[in-house]
Design a protein around this ligand. Structure first.
Ligand code: GTR
Length: 328
C-alpha cells in the first residue's frame, strides 16, 4: 500500500471510530428503576437481569440502574413518579394499585388463588392480559408479573390459630383498602403504612404485627420484633414490574420488543430465585427464633364474605372473579 493510501485509510478508520463513539455516547439512555427491597432480593436481581439483557440486545443504547432499598421513595410515592415519567421503571406489589387500576383488585382478593400454580396460570393467561391492558390509560405499561408467595400474619403477642385469636390485635397492612377490610372482617384493626416504617412501629408497640411473605419478614427484619408467624396465607399477591408509558412510547417498535422479551425472560429467572429465597428465608427466621404455626385456614376463608361483597360489585370485576375460578 502506498504511503498516501495508507494515511487515507487510517484517516478513514479514525473518522469512522470517532463517529461510532459519538453515536454510542449520544444515544445511551439510562433508565432508573425503583424497588423497596434490598440488593440481592429476587425482584431486584430479576430487574438487574432484565437490564443486562436490554443493554446487550440494544448494543448499549439502553442501560437500567436499579435503585433498591427504597432509595427513590416508598411504593405509593414511586408509583406517582413513574406515572408522571420522573422514574422510568418500577417493581412494586399489585396491592398499592388497587385504588388506581380497579382490575388489580382481583388478584389482591383474599383466597382468590388456590395455589401459586393457579396464580401463575391466571396471570400468564387472559386475566393477566386484561389487567395489563387496564394499566395503560393510567400512564403505565406492565412488563412482567413476578412472584411474592403467600402473605400471612405475624405479631409480637401470640400464635394465631383461629379467627378468634385475631380479636383486637393491631396490624400494619399493605396500602390497599381491601387489606384494611380483610383485617376488619377478622375482628382485628388495620393501619396501612409504608413498608419502611413497619419495623419501628412494631418495635415501639404502635402496632402488634403485620402481614407478609417469608422473604420480606426476613429481609426487613420484622422477624426480630414480631416472632409469631401464623400460616393463614390470606393472599398470593403477585408483584408487578411497570414502565412509565412516557418512556415506553419513546422506544421504537423493535426496542419495545427487546424490552418485552427481556422482561419475559426475567420472569423465568425471578420465579427460580423466588422459590429458593422463600425456602432460605423460612429457615433463617426459624433458626433465629421465629415461631411458625399452622392456622385453621377454613375459618379465615369463611370470614371473607364482607370483603368480596364490598369490593366486587362492579360487573367487570365479578366476571373476572368467575374467570379466575374457572382457570385450572
Ligand atoms: C412485599 C412486596 C413489596 C411491598 C411490601 C409491603 O411483599 O414485595 O413490594 O409491597 O410487601 O408490604 O409493603
Amino acid at each position: 500500500m502506498s504511503m498516501m493510501r495508507s494515511i487515507a485509510a487510517r484517516f478513514a478508520i479514525a473518522t469512522a471510530l470517532a463517529g461510532i463513539a459519538t453515536v454510542a455516547f449520544a444515544q445511551e439512555t439510562i433508565l432508573r428503576s425503583s424497588d423497596t427491597h434490598p440488593a440481592g432480593y429476587p425482584t431486584v436481581a430479576a430487574v438487574e437481569y432484565f437490564g443486562e439483557l436490554v443493554k446487550e440486545r440494544t448494543d448499549g443504547r439502553y442501560a437500567v440502574e436499579v435503585y433498591h432499598s427504597a432509595q427513590l421513595g416508598e411504593e405509593k410515592d414511586t408509583i406517582e413518579q413513574v406515572r408522571s415519567g420522573v422514574i422510568d421503571l418500577n417493581r412494586v406489589s399489585m396491592a398499592p394499585f388497587n385504588g388506581i387500576v380497579k382490575e388489580t383488585i382481583v388478584p389482591a382478593l383474599p383466597y382468590i388463588f388456590r395455589s401459586e400454580a393457579h396464580m401463575h396460570a391466571v396471570m400468564d393467561g387472559a386475566v393477566g392480559d386484561q389487567i395489563k391492558a387496564a394499566f395503560e390509560p393510567h400512564g403505565l405499561v406492565v412488563l412482567a408479573y413476578y412472584d411474592a408467595g403467600a402473605r400471612s400474619f405475624y405479631n409480637s403477642k401470640k400464635p394465631i390459630e383461629t379467627v378468634a385469636d385475631m380479636q383486637g390485635l393491631k396490624f400494619r397492612v399493605i396500602q390497599s383498602d381491601i387489606f384494611v377490610d380483610m383485617v376488619a372482617a377478622l375482628g382485628a384493626n388495620a393501619t396501612p403504612m409504608p413498608y419502611g416504617e413497619v419495623y419501628s412501629a412494631i418495635e415501639t408497640g404502635v402496632i402488634d404485627g403485620a402481614e407478609n411473605n417469608f422473604p420480606s419478614y426476613d429481609t426487613a427484619r420484622h422477624s426480630e420484633v414480631a416472632t409469631y408467624y401464623s400460616l393463614d396465607e390470606h393472599t398470593i399477591l403477585p408483584e408487578v414490574f411497570v414502565m412509565s408509558k412516557a418512556a415506553w412510547d419513546k422506544l421504537t417498535p423493535e426496542d419495545q420488543e427487546i424490552f418485552q422479551q427481556a422482561a419475559d425472560e426475567s420472569v423465568v429467572r425471578q420465579r427460580e430465585l423466588w422459590a429458593a429465597k422463600a425456602e432460605e428465608s423460612r429457615k433463617t427466621v426459624e433458626a433465629a427464633g421465629a415461631k411458625i404455626n399452622e392456622v385453621d385456614k377454613q375459618g379465615f376463608i369463611d370470614a371473607m364474605g364482607p370483603v368480596y361483597d364490598k369490593h366486587v360489585t362492579d360487573p367487570v370485576l365479578k366476571k373476572m372473579v368467575e374467570d379466575v375460578k374457572a382457570v385450572k
